[in-house]
Design a protein around this ligand. Structure first.
Ligand SMILES: Nc1ncnc2c1ncn2[C@@H]1O[C@H](COP(=O)(O)OP(=O)(O)OP(=O)(O)O)[C@@H](O)[C@H]1O
Length: 366
């Protein structure tokens, strides 16, 4: 196990104008499960491949443990990788697949057998050790790929979308298995995904990437509850955070409010410097309560016209319109009302995040 330090990593592929990674710095603590999350093309895989030694950075530094491995060959980095494609050898049995790396390394046969049995047991593959991959399910095949990676006793485990080839149910069960396994092993892990639910469920911390940079790196709770900018708030969550832009104005009593076009909310006192300027409110669909459904008194509210009601089983999703802007609300499963109805949407101040609409950055609101 080891700490991984990435410092100012820049990578530009030949023929591309923009940088695939743009001065990315990140420290992954010893034993930490770090998820790299972001949309397609944001540079996640490039970053992982540089850590693995499969790509060399133009500049910057990679330190694993106490060694600078920036330009070290992949096999000198003591890490193992699990890729999106199962990448198991079709002509080798499960046992031979799992033990392959150890045999290449010259580990004695008895030791290989012992470690294969250990990994197979952990990943519930013992009954399949003599089978060939063609006769395994997708989930079992992916477990073989993970088993092959963990037997290597690597300092660092790198995983690139390891669950993306699995169907939804398998993905869900294997995600939980993987979380348990990596937690037990305590290996420092870098895990790439574009699936936000996977990122939130697996990561000790999540580094959210955009256009070659890390925009926010924090615990799943923090990136979800306090998105550092409107991109992160809009990327995480299904449906994502609502954004409503309004102008800071004084009402008839002289109090500063954010006016969304006929309806307003009180302005947090720390944002009075925004008088006369625009502000964007960010609020999660599940943080909004609909009038009459047990919400506390004294909360600020706006009126929203119900446009669509979608029952989702465990909740209903309401699409409402507030001053010409769309606001999604997650209401209890039993909630029913006609479209066109005007609803009172309560927005607890503790759940409201405020952003500068020009920079998209989170503002400290008190
Ligand atoms: N071998 C390559 N040659 C040229 N450009 C590349 C190469 N690999 C990646 N890129 C470009 O670098 C940028 C980052 O790609 P990368 O694969 O790291 O993104 P990603 O976030 O992992 O995306 P995905 O989720 O789609 O795999 C993209 O613009 C991509 O087109």
């Amino acid at each position: 196990m080891a700490e991984v330090i990435l410092k100012d990593l820049v990578k530009t592929y030949p023929g591309n104008d923009s940088r695939a990674t743009d001065e990315v710095s990140l420290t992954v603590a010893d034993g930490e499960f770090m998820v790299l999350l972001g949309p397609s093309g944001c540079g996640k895989t490039t970053l992982l491949r540089m850590v693995a030694g499969l790509e060399l950075p133009d500049s910057g530094q990679i330190v694993i443990g106490d060694r600078d491995v920036t330009y070290a060959e992949p096999r000198r980095r003591n890490l193992s990788m699990v890729f999106q494609s199962y990448a198991v050898f079709p002509n080798k049995s499960v046992a031979d697949n799992i033990g392959f790396g150890l045999r290449v390394r010259g580990v004695p046969a008895a030791e290989v057998r012992r470690k294969v049995a250990w990994a197979a047991d952990l990943l519930q593959l013992t009954p399949y050790l003599d089978r060939y991959p063609a006769k395994l399910s997708g989930g079992q095949r992916q477990r073989v790929a993970v088993a092959r990676a963990i037997v290597m006793d690597a300092d660092v485990l790198l995983m690139d979308e390891p669950l993306s080839n699995l169907d939804a149910l398998l993905r869900l069960s294997f995600r939980a298995e993987l979380k348990k396994l990596v937690g037990e092993l305590g290996t420092t892990t870098l895990y790439v995904t574009h699936d936000q639910v996977e990122a939130l469920s697996l990561g000790d911390r999540v580094a959210v990437m955009r256009d070659g940079s890390i925009v926010q790196c924090d615990t799943p709770t923090s990136v979800y509850d306090e998105p550092a900018d409107t991109f992160v708030g809009g990327f995480l969550g299904s449906p994502p955070m609502n954004f409503l832009t309004g102008k800071v104005e004084r009402d008839s009593h002289g109090a500063l409010t954010v006016d969304f076009g006929g309806q307003s909310l009180p302005l947090p006192t720390s944002l009075t410097s925004y008088e006369g300027r625009k502000l964007t409110l960010g609020i999660r669909p599940e943080a909004i309560s609909v009038d009459g459904l047990g919400s506390a008194d004294g909360e600020a509210s706006v009126r929203g016209t119900l446009q669509v009601l979608e029952p989702l089983g465990s909740a209903v999703l309401l699409t409402t319109e507030v001053c010409g802007q769309t606001v999604k609300v997650q209401a209890p499963a039993s909630f029913r009302t006609e479209t066109g109805t005007e609803l009172r949407l309560r927005l607890p101040a503790s759940q409201c995040r405020w952003y500068d609409p020009e920079t998209g950055l989170l503002l400290e609101a008190r």
